[in-house]
Design a protein around this ligand. Structure first.
Ligand code: NDP
Length: 324
């Protein structure tokens, strides 16, 4: 009998991933991605990993026969891709299957932030409509606004498509202009922020995007400005944001992501002009199932056909002859 290929699945991952993998592979489970939890002899038998969360260089180093790390989620900043690439190990993520869900959430968060629907519902539920009358008119509206998308990638484009339906003018900033899009391009984030009054951030967590939305950018966005962040909390200077919201430097913010999740700064929790979500942009059963399927399908494709479906750009490898 030929031994099954062995996969390691540390920590929690959507059950559907495990269900999909269990008949084809021999799946080894450990509580978290920690080399101390896997003996060297067993580590040497592992060819692939499925992971939801962080997978660092120490773990990669601990697995001498590792060929592929299939990561759950489109952002793969938790995986040490440089360490994987140096060893010729493929890393995959789950792009595209969540674009629509994340873009829908972005629009919902934008509307909640501008039109204060969560506060309006609380007003009703608390009996204030009966006791005090109509919920106060919202000072902000989407009418007549111009939105700037910081990161016009797969999800940024899905957001832009939706914003078109709202009759909102759209501009964007990326490092290079994107060919064939009808939106105005700004070569710097500062110029984009100056030109718009809604700034939507949907860039990955990289060394270049660290706290790029700072006091300077918020000042450029201006007193009617609305910031929406659905990318990574890493991109926003949260202290500067709290100060800007308190002092009227910008009007409001909507955040799905935070610098140190699940901890949200008290300064933000205390403010009335910020709408907060607990990182739920892709969090529907249907979309998380599609992401789980793509994690499993990457592993099937790699071991059956020698190429992953959605390798990240840093690891464009195919399987070496002689493996498996
Ligand atoms: P893509 O790779 O398709 O798009 C990323 C975009 O960001 C590109 O347009 C890229 O353009 C731009 N970009 C990257 N670096 C910079 C930079 N330094 N300055 C300016 N622009 C930059 O990714 P997706 O659209 O699929 O996902 C984007 C991110 O959204 C993910 O990495 C993830 O972190 C986050 N996300 C959050 C979710 C949530 O639950 N809140 C759910 C899903 C994703 P260019 O390379 O030309 O600069």
């Amino acid at each position: 009998m030929v031994a099954k290929t062995r996969l390691l699945v540390p920590g929690t991952i959507r059950e559907r991933v495990l269900d999909r993998l269990k008949d084809t592979f021999d799946v080894v489970r450990i509580e978290r991605a920690d080399p101390a939890l896997l003996a060297r002899s067993e580590a040497a038998t592992i060819s692939g990993v499925a992971i939801s969360g962080g997978f660092g260089a120490a773990m990669i180093e601990h697995l001498p026969a590792l060929e592929i790390i299939a990561s759950f989620g489109v952002g793969y900043d938790g995986v040490d891709v440089a360490a994987a690439a140096a060893r010729g190990i493929t890393v995959t993520n789950t792009p595209d299957v969540l674009n629509d869900e994340v873009a829908d959430t972005t629009i919902g968060l934008l509307l909640n932030t501008v039109r204060r629907f969560p506060q309006a519902e609380a007003w009703l539920r608390e009996g204030r409509w009966v006791r005090e009358g109509a919920f106060p008119l919202t000072p902000l509206s989407l009418r007549g606004r111009k939105a700037g998308i910081y990161g016009l990638g797969r999800i940024g484009m899905a957001i832009a498509e939706r914003l078109k339906g709202f009759g909102i003018e759209i501009a964007y900033h990326t490092r290079r202009p994107r060919e064939g899009v009808p939106f105005a391009y700004y070569p710097s984030l500062a110029e984009l922020a100056e030109a718009v009054d809604i700034l939507i951030a949907i860039v990955p967590k990289t060394a270049e995007t660290h706290r790029t939305i700072d006091a300077h950018i918020l000042r450029a966005l201006g007193p009617d400005g609305v910031l929406i962040n659905v990318g990574r909390g890493w991109t926003v200077d949260e202290d500067a944001l709290a100060t800007a919201l308190k002092d009227g430097v910008i009007a409001a913010a909507g955040l799905d992501v935070f610098y140190d999740e699940p901890n949200v700064p008290q300064a933000l929790l205390d403010l009335p002009n910020v709408s907060l979500l607990p990182h739920v942009a892709s969090a529907s059963v249907a979309t998380r199932d599609a992401m789980a399927d793509l994690v499993a399908d990457n592993l099937f494709a790699w071991f059956a056909r020698g190429a992953a479906l959605t390798p990240v750009p840093e690891t464009p490898f195919t399987r070496k002859a002689g493996n498996g």
